[in-house]
Design a protein around this ligand. Sequence first.
Ligand SMILES: [Zn+2]
Length: 190
Amino acid sequence: MKKIPTNDGKVRVHSRIETKDGLTNIPQPPSRKPATCKRCRTIMYPGPTGAPENHKKGYCSDGVKQMLAHSKQNQDPPKPNQSVSLAAPVWPQPLGIFTNGTQFHPMVFLDKVRDMYAKVVIERASGELLLEHEAFAHLLARCTVVLENQSVLFKIFDLECSASTPEGLIVTHESDKYLRVNCLQEPPGS
Ligand SMILES: [Zn+2]
């Protein structure tokens, strides 16, 4: 074992070991933790480059972008006592609402609202709320505003909306884009 002086004057033991046949064993660096996605917490690259099981570049398996761009549109709508923040929808969102990290599909979203609302109420009562339903309920709670005229609006992210979205469903409120969620609107007089 060789001792080599270092710049600070101290002597450190060199870690290379000379073997009898002249080969040098270079110790492997300590194994690094595999990179995991901050949003869905899965291992980013379990397979070789380009393998289908690898995490997609920039978005998770539910099609949601890992990190939303900092824009006013992507901020949580400030409600009383709520600080404005910027956070991507919690993982995992139901499939088909978000795709490729760049698209939002309002009609699929509205279908899910109708489909899931009753289920969430039942599941919550039984204590067996599916993770996906919980994430969706969280998204709804965070991004929905109810106006004085009782209309319910969901603040859509700074994403491309599918071309099939009927025009009247997207409205602008305080210069941000929202989707009308008429099925969550309380009937008048209730
Ligand atoms: Zn992810």
